[in-house]
Design a protein around this ligand. Structure first.
Ligand SMILES: NC(=O)c1ccc[n+]([C@@H]2O[C@H](COP(=O)([O-])OP(=O)(O)OC[C@H]3O[C@@H](n4cnc5c(N)ncnc54)[C@H](O)[C@@H]3O)[C@@H](O)[C@H]2O)c1
Length: 328
């Protein structure tokens, strides 16, 4: 099947595109490289550099049968500072994509939503029926796209699945042996930042990891978050692609069911890297809930998916990626 991967030059889209190629699909990536990297597009995939608004219709017209939609801006802080940029950068291009799909008679879509749509949950683990009350414009734009997908399913017979997840981590080794991992700028995710501190420690420099609050009601006092390995995530996307049904928009949470504390993540990174990673405790950040963990019971029951890679695998693979990019 010819599949369009929007944002396939980014971290997750690049890994999913590689998995699709490996599974025998004919893949075309559309990415404007606003935050992505051309060399993240896997071997064997076609690449069109451009925006969804300008190029989606043309790319879709070339025999595309399904879309995996990753292209988005995804920095929570940036979305708070400049909400309009997120509405025009996330909702606008997504509607343009859906409209192009409608015109080109492409009806299957899997969308990268986010567990940020749930805001500060009343209970954990979070299930799909819990209220979506995003606490930032990033999450609000994602729930707006979810709503649009429900409407396009109802009105135009789209078969859509939204996958909602928290922190994606780890790296993926492609068929050519090359590691694909996170290259965000700025990097706001914990594991790459802890590994950057490990690199710094090995170089004899003193970069410290910041722990925002160690007085939360959790076993070690630090916040607990859900992490999922990017390869497990890619597997969920491939299952979702096969599971779309005309006229239905379904939502699935993806999580590892348990979550890990900030201190646990740092400790595992210490073990994996052998580096003496230093950590400073700072004040809590406003709006950081103690525990954010998603339930994957629905996708497990309906699509047979569950996370298979643990925190150690995420840290170890991300470390492999970090090391593969070191100058030799
Ligand atoms: N990384 C995570 O932990 C995480 C968690 C939950 C949800 N998500 C979602 O997953 C998706 C991918 O995240 P990522 O971490 O790979 O981000 P990323 O920034 O690495 O990838 C996004 C890609 O989309 C491209 N892009 C953005 N706007 C575009 C547009 N209008 N037209 C064409 N290309 C465009 C960028 O150049 C980039 O290559 C996003 O939708 C994000 O909201 C990510």
């Amino acid at each position: 099947m010819r599949v369009l991967v929007t944002g396939g030059a980014g971290y997750i889209g690049g890994v999913v595109a590689a998995q699709l190629v490996a599974a025998g699909h004919d893949v075309v990536v559309l990415d404007d490289l606003s935050t992505g990297h051309a060399d993240a597009v896997p071997d064997g995939a076609d690449f069109v550099k451009g925006t969804l608004r300008d190029c989606a219709a043309e790319v879709l017209s070339d025999g595309v049968e399904a879309v995996l939609h990753f292209a988005a801006k995804s920095l929570v802080g940036e979305s708070v500072a400049d909400p309009a940029r997120y509405w025009s950068g996330n909702l606008g291009p997504s509607v343009a994509l859906l409209e192009a799909m409608r015109e080109m008679h492409v009806r299957k879509i899997v969308f990268s939503s986010t567990a940020a749509v749930y805001g500060e949950p009343e209970r954990t683990p979070i299930t799909e029926t819990d209220p979506a009350r995003p606490t930032n414009p990033y999450g609000a734009t994602k729930i707006a796209v979810d709503t649009t997908l429900s409407e396009f399913a109802r009105l135009y017979g789209f078969g859509a699945i939204s996958l909602r997840y928290f922190n994606v981590a780890g790296a993926h080794q492609g068929a050519n042996g090359r590691w694909q991992g996170e290259r965000h700028s700025p990097e706001t995710h914990l594991i790459p930042n802890v590994l950057a501190a490990a690199t710094s420690a090995q170089a004899g420099e003193g970069r410290q990891v910041k722990i925002f609050g160690d007085d939360y009601p959790t076993p070690d006092g630090t916040c607990i978050r859900d992490y999922i390995h990017v390869t497990d995530l890619a597997d969920a996307h491939l299952r979702a692609l096969d599971a779309t049904r005309p006229g239905e928009h379904r939502v699935y949470n993806l999580g590892n069911g348990a979550g890990f504390s900030v201190r646990e993540v740092i400790e595992v990174c210490r073990e994996v890297t052998g580096a003496d990673i230093g950590a400073d405790v700072e004040a809590r950040r406003p709006g950081d809930p103690a525990v954010l963990v998603a339930s994957s019971a629905k996708i497990q029951a309906e699509l047979g998916w569950h996370a298979t890679r643990d925190l150690r695998a995420m840290a170890a693979d991300a470390w492999q990626f970090t090391q593969s990019r070191r100058p030799r």
